[in-house]
Design a protein around this ligand. Structure first.
Ligand code: FES
Length: 574
């Protein structure tokens, strides 16, 4: 490997500058104790860190960053760690998703404005992965990702307890009267037993798995537990590798091609991945100018089986997944469906990376011929209730509800839902279709994970575990049920969902890809004439978001953020 980079170092426009300006750029760094030759001619690597005590899932990132730095120094680079807005899924209100695009702007502008030749993205909790990828993609420097890794398996009273999935199951038991509040509280400390992300195949694990599949991280990135020493080793190797990537000018757009996205869509089916991946990958593709549509998810991925036996679709947890072989084993199993020539950050093809990947547990990672669930990828529904599409994850749904016609029980917004769902007088039974409006990108705002509405206690007590649910919101990747999500256009944008009334009949036909509101067009026109949009935020980021956010079928990015500005260096600062 030659030490001379293929392209002049971007950082030289700072640290190689003469006169007063060069003095500024160098002198203050020397104030940190840095010798001149540390940043004179070496690849400068930004370490984009989402560490925050408000994002407990990413609480190992200070230590992780130190291991990345070791690798960067070893390879002859110069690391500069910088913080960006961190999005803690469990703490942020009204939803971390409102801030995904804002954080991506922070990432993009932090990279563009500063003397970096390459970037390492430290990603973990759900939205920290897409926001960093999206922001970095709009700059398109050589970039490598490393995920924080899942937490150790949860365990309560000798049984596995999965992040999110366990909460949803247990809270339904409390509402059904089969679990006490004291037991529920005791389980809190038994679920998140260590630092790290949710250890089910929720959104964080899904996105980490897809980062690896996309080729944006080294093999094994997805599943090594956060506290396993091999995670630190991977960080160090990622640090070494990014310096080489700068020398090779291996930019993000050379890795994130259409083939890489198609591979990710197929992998998402094989892992029983989160519906949130649909929105995030559409937004990421939009930053790179890669043509990717909602329908691609159905066309490319829906006929693939789910092989990974992890909650919420199956029974195991991420630690088991790692010991079984992780993503390399899954990708090898579905290799006949992948473009094996897709390039990855280590300079090798995906096919080369997975050629000899072993699987150590065939119950955790099933063979392609004996899948956990057949045809498990995301299905895209259309019809007069979702003209621009809606999604459902059949692997998490009840087979008997995939073709269903039922009477709508309508909640106008989340407050209406919370006020009435526990009412014993609620007119609902197991054939009903629950409809929740105004939870889309504009309506909430931010598109929260409320689409998997909890069932009413009166149904839970009868042992009914699922009914069809439809909304313009999202669902946690750890959730399950026959849940239709991302209805587009959303109710707050005047989509047909806004016109549904109590007692209307709705037809769901997953095999036929159809979502139909059984109401005459003339009646819908009458209702539309009386519809009024909800009051929008008056100021600040929330106003900017509502004014510019695109609908879910386009990835819910802000319209002015699609595409990229590149890494060109702007004017001097003084
Ligand atoms: Fe952070 Fe699940 S809440 S990864």
């Amino acid at each position: 490997m030659s030490d001379s980079p293929k392209r002049p170092l971007r950082s030289r426009q700072w640290f190689g500058a003469g006169g007063k300006q060069g003095f500024y750029y160098r002198s203050w760094l020397k104030g940190l104790g840095m010798p001149h030759d540390m940043f004179d001619g070496r690849p400068v690597i930004g370490i984009c860190n989402t560490w925050s005590e408000l994002t407990p899932c990413n609480s190992s990132f200070r230590e992780l960053a130190e291991h990345v730095k070791h690798g960067i120094y070893e390879a002859g680079g110069f690391p500069l760690e910088f913080p960006v807005m961190s999005l803690g899924e469990t703490q942020m209100r009204p939803t971390a998703m409102l801030y995904r695009n804002l954080a991506s702007m922070d990432v993009e502008e932090s990279i563009r404005a500063n003397p970096m030749d390459g970037v390492v993205l430290l990603m973990g909790c759900d939205k920290t992965t897409p926001s960093l990828l999206m922001g970095a993609a709009s700059v398109n420097l050589p970039t490598i990702g490393i995920s924080g890794g899942p937490a150790l398996s949860g365990n309560w009273r000798g049984k596995p307890l999965g992040s999110g999935t366990g909460v949803i199951e247990m809270s339904e038991m409390v509402r059904a009267g089969t679990l006490t509040q004291a037991e529920f509280t005791e389980a809190e400390a038994c679920m998140q037993r260590s630092r790290g992300t949710c250890m089910t195949m929720g959104t964080a694990s899904t996105m980490a798995s897809l980062v690896e599949t996309l080729g944006m991280a080294l093999p094994e990135n997805a599943a090594i537990p956060a506290v396993d020493s091999r995670r630190m080793r991977l960080a160090q190797l990622s640090g070494r590798r990014i310096v080489e990537m700068v020398r090779e000018d291996l930019t993000m757009s050379k890795i994130l091609t259409r083939s890489a996205f198609e591979n990710a869509i197929r992998a998402n089916a094989a892992i029983g991945g989160s519906t949130n991946a649909v929105i995030h990958l559409l937004a990421l593709a939009g930053r790179l100018g890669v043509p990717l549509t909602l329908d691609d998810w159905d066309r490319i991925g829906s006929n693939l089986p789910c092989l990974v036996n992890l909650k919420p679709s199956g029974q195991y947890l991420m630690e088991d997944f790692f010991y079984a072989g992780g993503m390399p084993a899954v990708l090898r199993e579905i290799s006949s469906h992948l473009d094996l020539n897709a390039l990855t950050v280590n300079g090798r093809t995906l096919g080369e990376n997975i050629a000899n990947a072993p699987c150590w547990n065939r119950d955790v990672i099933r063979p392609l011929a004996e899948p956990l669930k057949p045809a498990a990828g995301i299905v895209v529904l259309r019809g007069n209730l979702a003209p621009d599409g809606a999604v459902i994850k059949p692997s998490a749904a009840s087979p008997h509800l995939l073709k269903h016609r039922g009477r709508a029980v309508v909640f106008e917004n989340i407050e209406d839902f919370k006020a009435r769902i526990d009412d014993e007088a609620l007119n609902i039974d197991d054939t009903s279709v629950m409809v929740l409006k105004n939870c889309g990108p504009r309506g909430y705002p931010g598109m929260p994970e409320v689409g998997n509405m909890p069932l009413p206690p009166k149904l839970l007590r009868r042992g009914i575990a699922d009914v069809v649910r439809i909304s313009d919101g999202r669902m946690s990747g750890t959730a399950y049920g026959t849940v239709v999500l991302h209805v587009s256009p959303e109710a707050a944008a005047g989509g047909p969902l806004a016109l549904v009334r109590e007692g209307d009949f709705i037809e769901l036909d997953v095999p036929g890809r159809r979502l139909h509101l059984d109401v005459a067009e003339e009646e819908l026109a009458r209702r539309r004439a009386n519809w009024k949009p909800p009051v929008a935020p008056a100021r600040g980021y929330a106003k900017q978001y509502v004014d510019h956010v695109q609908q879910a079928h386009l990835g819910a990015d802000l319209d002015f953020l699609t595409g990229g500005s590149g890494g060109d260096v702007t004017r001097d600062s003084h």
